[in-house]
Write a protein that binds this ligand. Structure first.
Ligand SMILES: [Zn+2]
Length: 123
């Protein structure tokens, strides 16, 4: 079986390799209790590299929200509740906002490239 996060060999029966399993276990243990900055410290203390962690946090399995989306929605909701707001952003919402921002960025890039020399000469 291949690891569903990093696509390396995970073993005969496991869907996740030992490294990624460790990252997931830490995330679940600390879920909602620490911010991302503190999480990074914990990962480092466990001997995990940034790449190993990012692979797990940003893995998209079948269009489901990533672990990072879940963490972000957790944080946003905690923050909003702290400010006296309802804070009902779901991981799916975070994912939608993220992909919308990404496609907007792409559109912006293509607009800029279209606004080149030739366009200006025509005007
Ligand atoms: Zn893995």
């Amino acid at each position: 079986m291949k690891c569903e996060f990093c696509r390396k060999r995970a073993g005969f029966l496991s869907r996740v390799c030992s490294v990624c399993a460790k990252v997931v276990a830490i995330v679940e243990r600390t879920a909602g209790q620490v911010g991302l900055a503190q999480l990074v410290d914990i990962f480092a203390a466990e001997g995990l590299t940034r790449e190993q962690v990012d692979q797990v946090l940003d893995a998209e399995n079948g269009g489901r929200p990533t672990i990072r989306d879940r963490l972000t929605s957790n944080m946003v909701n905690t923050l909003m509740r702290g400010l006296g707001m309802p804070g009902r952003q779901s991981p799916g919402d975070v994912r939608r906002v993220r992909s919308a921002a990404a496609s907007q960025q792409e559109a912006g890039t293509s607009r800029r490239s279209g606004d080149g020399f030739s366009e200006r000469w025509r005007c």
